[in-house]
Design a binder for this molecule. Structure first.
Ligand SMILES: [Zn+2]
Length: 70
């Protein structure tokens, strides 16, 4: 089974990178989650993530290749 698949990490059409997919607010820190209904990746603020934990899935199976920001 192949885990690395670009198509599995497509972002939702309505997702905007610097805004929360759920509440549309700009947030300092956004988390990338999988929207279970559409199976697409979306950005979420921490508040929405906690409030809507049943609708989203933390998908961290993709190897991180970017720099580590501290
Ligand atoms: Zn939000």
């Amino acid at each position: 089974m192949k885990y690395y698949d670009e198509d599995s990490y497509r972002f939702h059409k309505k997702d905007v990178p610097d805004r929360c997919f759920c509440c549309s607010q700009k947030a300092e820190r956004l988390l990338i989650m999988r929207h279970i209904k559409s199976q697409m990746m979306v950005h979420l603020c921490p508040e929405c993530m906690i409030e809507n934990i049943d609708d989203y899935l933390l998908d961290n199976t993709r190897p991180w290749t970017g720099p580590q920001i501290k």
